[in-house]
Design a protein around this ligand. Sequence first.
Ligand code: ATP
Length: 591
Amino acid sequence: MRFSTLTSYFERLEKTTKRLEMIDILTELLKKTDTNELEPVIYMVIGQLGPKYDEPALGIAERMAIEALINATGVSQKKVQDTLNQVGDLGEAAYILLSKERSSTLDAFFETTGEDETEERDPEVLEIWRQLHQIAKLTGEGSAKAKVRALTKILTSVSPKGAKYIMRIVLGKMRLGVADMTVVEAITRAYIGDKTKKPIVELAYFKTSNLAEIAKIAKEKGIEALEKIKVEPGRPVQCMAAQRLSDPEEILEKLGGKCQLEYKYDGLRFQYHYTKDGKAKLWSRRQEDLTSMFPDVINALNTAFGETPIITEGEIVAYNFQENKIVDFQTLMQRRRKYDIEKMIQEVPSKVFLFDILYADNQDITSRPLPERRKILEQHTHVFKKVDLSTAEIIDNVDDFNVFFDKAIEENCEGVMAKDISEKSIYEAGARGWLWIKYKADYKSELADTFDLVVVGAWHGRGRRGGFYGTLLMAAYDSEEGVFRTLCKLGSGLNDAHLEFLKQKLDELKLPEKPKDVISKLEPDIWVKPEIVMEITATEITNSPVHTVLDENGNGLALRFPRFTGRFRDDKSPYDATTVQEIRELKKLKR
Ligand code: ATP
């Protein structure tokens, strides 16, 4: 394919903002593309020089691109700068200037450098691709000059319109608006035909992160070959993501009554690869190469796994080894830099917690259920000071859920991850499904005020809270009507001593039926006389149809992530509790 043909597709893509139209144009382009041209065509369309995880850096700064344009046109620096100021884009400036001017000294320029100006004014796409990659390979002394020269050569070998896109590609500003998933859709249309097969093409992409590769396979071998694609160390896999719910009961229900709960570490997610030829790589969730930023983590993971091909995932956290404590996320962020790395390793030591494994024993294990993967992870990891597995437990009731959550918060985690453990609990590359559900409370941004709420009912505890009351029904006082209105269920922040005290006290206060002055839509296991006042913290006041504190429009309100602070307010009578009116005001303030 000639570069001018590709340029005409760039133009058509640039003109539309409609995704469907883009897919049509791309499909047409792919149908015209030879297999060996798929890589340049696909990556240039999205403005890259290869897959993100393996993209060569061109090393062309804007001033170098300007210099190349001056060389190519023979106009003054001022003129280039003026044009650039006028149109705001060096690509457009290149188009305008090259349409009008072509340096008369250009031939001399190339003569002095001992190179021929490309005779051909319309090179092959593959030739341009080769030259761009050549630029990336130029390093060391004098390389800046050589890069400018090579770019000048490309700019003068293509049409002014072509030069516009070349400029944008080398500056990383292609921006045709073509997303990776749009290309996936076009690959499906062009080579598979059957739209219902898109999920297979998508998954192949999520497993390889390489659009050109799946395009080649789709074109040459078809859908069966795509279905067989495996994850491979050395090629990052698109990370599985989590859904979010804010009620443990709902989470358990969603996961079939039972799940694996894990600490949710507030750090940096990574994917560690150890390839068959002995290379260790660390990628971020967005496939940024972290290898050189975290040599200590690479070393630690190397100790943990040895020289065996592996893909594993976990979270890097800043860690205080003297006190055995996780340090906050902000501290870890100091490690995200490209210089002074050794110094930062000393200042901000880190530890990793592993939570998944995608490849082991020379096999892709992403389609195995989570319990099996966890076992494989345990078998393969040599746990030591710097590498541990995520704290995890199988949980089947709300009370144990709350106990586990409390422990996570106490140990400086931001919450918990609830994970499906059924047969269908595969590692879903690139998906945000319901196999993982996050439950996190940002107590750092908690409401400045605490609430003093009254216990009006309770539910019998299960699991670790068996024999106690595991969850309490909490109410605020409606001073206008002289009644108690429920605001939340409380299961978090209760330690063993609290549970024991509450068991004894609530049994004393137990009533055969709901007291007249309690307004509730919920039916706890026992009702109690409103008497015990407890101090509660929460992250926000939200709307909820479940509770009976109402806002001025008659909509129910509730506390999000309510948590006992540990303080029983025995100095307060239930009528001194936080009032419904106060809660309304607070909710208004938060708007
Ligand atoms: P999202 O990942 O949902 O797009 P986000 O970047 O805000 O949003 P979080 O809301 O923090 O991420 O939730 C998911 C993240 O939690 C994961 O990407 C991972 O980095 C982190 N995480 C911490 N602990 C675990 C764990 N045990 N299992 C899985 N992920 C965990």
